[in-house]
Design a protein around this ligand. Structure first.
Ligand code: NAD
Length: 278
């Protein structure tokens, strides 16, 4: 039987640690959450983020803007929130509507309030090993590994996916933790062979159950970042869990693996932002 990495339990432990820190140190923090339009998935994510703030004892202020909001209006709101001393973190729920340039929006958020860790300054800091906000999903994966007693140092790590929010920061974090890292993507040749080398395989492909046992070395640790809703209403990941579970040493389930960690690390970043101000 593989070790099932319990993201729900680990994320709750992190939130409880933060809750204690906030209460004991009387930390005052408020997260501004901006949603443009009413994409149902975004509404659920935003709701979960607000609930998590409440759980750890920090404030949240929501801005639910209509789909027609212009780029200039959104930039103006960000400028106002950047100047507002009562706000420690600013998050714009992605994706934004097509008429708004996502990069411009992310760049406008003050680096001191960039709790998603998506700004060029945050990514640059991660790249050169300086302190800063780290993208929540990959940061959560490092916590999952560490808190499950899985060491990264010297191990062969393969990341499938090179997106700005998962694949690339994931690779940088594994490197910072002394892993030997390979990044694969849609143009990679010999994907299966490369994946089969991995001691730690991170699947962030966005394709339901693509990663089966043909991609996995016996005894590997498999981290599944994907989330997909199937026709029967159930969730699955990028990994074919049933196919690989008898050959891996450890694996994250979907749901209950990586998913809950993203919000826990967002809360970590919000508390970090408030600590910097104190
Ligand atoms: P994305 O679509 O931006 O990136 C997917 C990456 O996979 C790309 O870099 C692409 O090159 C690569 N890819 C696509 N097809 C491939 C193939 N056949 N072979 C090799 N590489 C291929 O997706 P993303 O935003 O990085 O998210 C990846 C998955 O993780 C999605 O399922 C998404 O829903 C999920 N996700 C989960 C969380 C969470 O909190 N658990 C957070 C973010 C994303």
């Amino acid at each position: 039987m593989p070790q099932i990495i319990d993201g729900k339990a680990i994320s709750t432990a992190i939130k409880d640690e933060l809750k204690k820190e906030v209460a004991e140190n009387n930390i005052k923090a408020t997260l501004a959450v901006i949603q443009v339009g009413n994409d149902p998935a975004s509404t659920v994510y935003v709701g979960n983020k607000k609930k998590a703030c409440e759980y750890i004892g920090i404030g949240s202020r929501s801005y639910e803007l209509p789909e027609e909001t212009t780029e200039a209006e959104l930039l103006k709101l960000i400028d106002d929130l950047n100047r507002d001393d009562g706000i420690n973190g600013i998050l714009v729920q992605l994706p934004v509507p097509d008429h708004i340039d996502e990069h411009k929006i992310i760049e406008r958020i003050s680096p001191q309030k960039d709790v998603d860790g998506f700004s060029p300054e945050s990514v640059g800091n991660l790249c050169i090993g300086r302190e800063g906000f780290v993208s929540c999903t990959p940061a959560g994966i490092i916590e999952l590994l560490k808190r499950s007693g899985i060491s990264i140092e010297g191990r062969e790590c393969v990341v499938i996916g090179r997106s700005n929010i998962v694949g690339k920061p994931m690779a940088l974090l594994l490197l910072a933790n002394n892993g030997t890292v390979t990044v694969c993507h849609s143009r990679t040749v010999n994907l299966k062979e490369i994946c089969k080398r991995a001691d730690i395989l991170i699947a962030a492909v966005g394709r339901p159950r693509m990663i089966n046992r043909d991609y996995v070395k016996e005894g590997a640790v498999v981290i599944d970042v994907g989330i997909h809703r199937m026709d029967n209403g159930k969730l699955c990941g990028d990994v074919d869990y049933d196919d690989v579970s008898d050959i891996v040493s450890a694996i994250t389930p979907v749901p209950g693996g990586v998913g809950p960690m993203t919000i826990a690390m967002l809360m970590y970043n919000c508390v970090k932002a408030a600590r910097q101000v104190k």
